[in-house]
Design a protein around this ligand. Structure first.
Ligand SMILES: Cc1cc2nc3c(=O)[nH]c(=O)nc-3n(C[C@H](O)[C@H](O)[C@H](O)COP(=O)(O)O)c2cc1C
Length: 316
């Protein structure tokens, strides 16, 4: 079987298929179905400084080949996460990428500091799709300067050996400009993509289907957008670690994102249909690569660009 290993900072992941933020909770839910230690890494639901209940219901709506969610930043807050969820995941042998979210830059800084005092954090993923309380609620991810400021703060506060990934939104006209600002600010990697802003209206009630009016679109419907985003950012940054996420349902979908330039992939919405999706996608990806006589997954990374004939093995 092909070598699926990948390095994430100081840690070697056994494989490059991750569970995406928000779709596997804090891991306990998944553990009934799969061995969480066998997932490349689990990216936790974005954690904020304080406990939050999230948005009012209804928070989910089905759409053609996808879904809309307005779950919001529901979560127990950093203290409970560090006391309860992280130790549990580590006791199960999981590798944990902790996603953080804040409404101000000092909040992100505080979260990065707390995580740096803790052992066992494989990486930090900075969710930039959060409303910026100091910019009329506009998402940090929409503005290169704001996105860069968050990354500067987190990179400055995080322990030097914890890689910091910036998770970007596709809802911008110039994604490479936002990615560049994050790279200049010191991001060690990029996660592409978060959900796209969408909306559904219930014809029976003649009102928005979600209590929060808008929601994030995810699932297979957004895969071509994820492929395009990963491609564009890989063109700009040939050596940057990239987690490709968006609409992965099968091993073949994962392969497409690797070919576009992702060095790791994450499975999100599909976990809600099939809680064992991470293991299945890994197995299917191994089969796809074996059928192509590829020995190492890293050898296909960015191959579709034509200028990396041996993939990015050894570079990302
Ligand atoms: C219910 C739900 C909750 C999510 N929560 C988060 C979150 O807390 N932080 C984050 O960065 N992304 C969150 N996401 C976005 C996913 O991590 C992923 O980027 C997106 O859904 C695209 O991947 P997919 O099509 O495989 O789901 C969430 C997605 C869903 C469907």
């Amino acid at each position: 079987m092909p070598d699926m290993r990948v390095r994430l900072g100081e840690v070697e992941l056994p494989n490059l298929v991750l569970a995406a933020s928000g779709c596997a909770g804090a891991g306990r839910e998944l553990a009934q179905f799969i061995d969480v230690a066998r997932v490349g890494a689990l990216i936790s639901k974005s954690i904020m400084a304080e406990p939050r209940t999230g948005n009012p219901a209804p928070r989910l709506a089905e759409t053609p080949s996808g879904m809309l969610n307005s779950v919001g930043m529901q979560g127990p807050g950093i203290d409970a996460f560090l006391q309860r969820d992280l130790p549990w995941l580590l006791s199960r042998g999981a590798r944990v990428v902790v996603s953080i979210a804040g409404q101000t830059i000092p909040e992100y800084t505080k979260l990065a500091e707390r995580l740096s005092e803790t052992a066992g954090v494989t990486a930090i993923e900075v969710n930039l799709s959060c409303p910026n309380a100091e910019d009329a609620g506009r998402m940090f991810a929409l503005d290169p300067q704001q996105a860069g400021s968050v990354v500067t703060a987190v990179r400055g506060a995080a322990r030097y050996d914890i890689p910091v990934f910036a998770k970007l939104s596709p809802d911008v006209t110039d994604l490479v400009a936002v990615a560049s600002a994050c790279v200049v600010a010191g991001a060690d990697g990029l996660s592409l993509i978060n959900t796209l802003l969408g909306m559904a209206i219930d014809p029976r009630t003649m009102r928005p289907a979600l209590a929060g009016t808008y929601g994030g679109l995810s699932g297979p419907a957004i895969r071509p957008v994820a492929v395009r985003c990963v491609w564009q950012v890989r063109e700009a940054f040939p050596s940057m670690p990239i987690i490709g996420v968006g609409g992965v349902r099968t091993g073949r979908d994962a392969l497409e994102l690797l070919l576009a330039g992702a060095s790791m992939i994450a499975v999100g919405t599909e976990i809600m249909h099939d809680p064992s999706a991470c293991s299945r996608v890994l197995r299917e990806l191994e089969e796809e690569l074996a059928a192509l006589s590829i020995d190492r997954a890293a050898d296909v990374v960015a191959r579709a660009h034509g200028r990396f004939p041996r993939g990015l093995a050894g570079r990302v």
